[in-house]
Every structure is written in structure tokens, then in C-alpha cells.
Design a protein around this ligand. Sequence first.
Ligand code: SAM
Length: 283
Amino acid sequence: MTDAAEQKTAIDGLPPLRAVIEKHDLATKKSLGQNFLLDLNLTGRIARAAGDLADHTVIEVGPGPGGLTRALLMHGAAEVVVIERDARCLPALEEISAHYPGRLEIVEGDALKADFATLAGEKPAKIVANLPYNVGTQLLVNWLETEPWPPFFDSLTLMFQREVAERIVAAPGSGSYGRLGVLAGWRTEARIQFDVPPQAFWPPPKVTSSVVHLVPRQALIATDARRLSLTTQHAFGQRRKMLRQSLKAIGGQALLDAAGIDGARRAETLSIEEFCRLANAST
Ligand code: SAM
């Protein structure tokens, strides 16, 4: 037990997170990507990275024992909606709800099947989460492929493994640049806010994590999300090959000619604008 865990209450008047985990017997499950944050100063930093929370519906995926949920409420979120798959966590979340009457809605379910626009309700949303690593990338792709655009959310503030965060913010020419970077860069301005070391979590994961903040672009280069996704899937599927080879199944040299792009280039050298041109040429 740390000093903080021995205290009866934390800075928000609720029990320390270690005590919550002990009381509700929340032994972590690897299958649910459970690495809990126990330090309310750190969860406070993530909440602050999301900006002003007062005028939004704040949606959190995977609240677990509620460390980030508590920080969001402490840092001024008027309305938080959490969606959690593990029913064992619900009693701990109910205690937070009782401490902040009328401000926390708890939804039990699978975030991959959730309709987030409906969860957000009338107000614009901010999505803030320490995502389960096994579904984090898929959730981000779903949010980035939202139609119509601009979307129902004003920002996404999300914790990923550092390597995934680097792929999200990657620029052309970098080894991390790929499908995720093209999609994220096309639809949002994304940046890494700060790193979080393994020892900040219980249990500690093997790698460093990073908080990424993404803000939707209002004006996009015109293209279709699905076509862009298909084009990048082929181009980066064989990233060491020349594009005339890797894009063979969807038009090869003829497609590249229509988009005005040299077929001898490799996927990682193309700008997002050039990928959009390719997607638009692939009717
Ligand atoms: N937010 C907590 C924190 O920061 O300490 C917990 C984060 S933990 C990395 C991920 C959480 O997501 C766990 O509570 C896990 O049960 C939950 N989870 C896993 N898969 C989920 C899914 N498909 N839908 C909703 N929640 C999920």
C-alpha cells in the first residue's frame, strides 16, 4: 500500500483508487485490456488536455474503477457518459455517480457496438479515454470514419501505446506513416500531448503510453473515406514496393496516371493530398 492508499479519502472526497479496487475486488483482466491509472494527479492532467469540459457531453470509454472519470468530474465536466464492458466495475462507478448527483451516466456495454452520436445527445461531445489496447485502434478508426463530417465530437483525447500514437501523428516520409496517419491527418489535427510511463498503471504494461489529442478539421480535402481507406490499404500493404505494383489490384499504372503520380514512388512518400487524389481517381 502506498501512502495515498492508506488515506481515507483522496482529493475529491472519494476513497483512494487502490481502496476502491480492493473493496470491489477488481483483479485486472488482460482480456479486457485492463491497466488502471491510480494517480488522480495524472488523470487530472489527461482531463486538462481535453480543454474546457463545461459545455460538452464528455464521453469516456472504459472507465474501469473510475480514476479518469473522477478527474473529468473534478475538472468541470457538467455531464459525463461512461461506457464500460466489465460489469464488476459498475458498483464503483455508481459510488462516483452518487458523489456527483445528476452528472454521471453509466452505460454497460461494448464500445465497439455503441452509437456514440446518440450517447452525446444534443450537446457537442468530447471523447476522453484511456483506451483498452485491444480495441483502441478500431475505435479511433470508427470515430475518424464518422459521417457526416464535421462530426458529433469536438475533440478526442486518447491514451495509446506510444508506438500507436506515433502512427497516428506520423508525417509522410517517416517509418510510422501508414493508413492510420493518412486517415487521422486527413480528418484531424493530431498531436501527442505527453508520455505516461509504465509504472503509472496497475498492472504496469511493457511499453510507454502517450496521450494524443485530435481536433476535427472543418474543411477537408474532398474525398470519400472508404475509398481513401481502400487505397491506403493497398498502398501500404506492400510498403516497400513501387506504387505501380502495390496498387495493381485497384488500377495500377492507369490509376496513378489518372492521379498524376509517378508509379515508381513508394507509399510512404505520398502526401495526404496525393492519397486523396488517388482515392478520387479510383472510381
Ligand atoms: N479508465 C480506466 C483507467 O484509466 O484507469 C481504465 C482503463 S483500462 C486501460 C480499459 C478499460 O476499458 C477497462 O476498464 C476495460 O474493462 C474496458 N473495456 C475493455 N474493452 C471494452 C469495450 N469493448 N467496451 C467498453 N469498455 C471496454
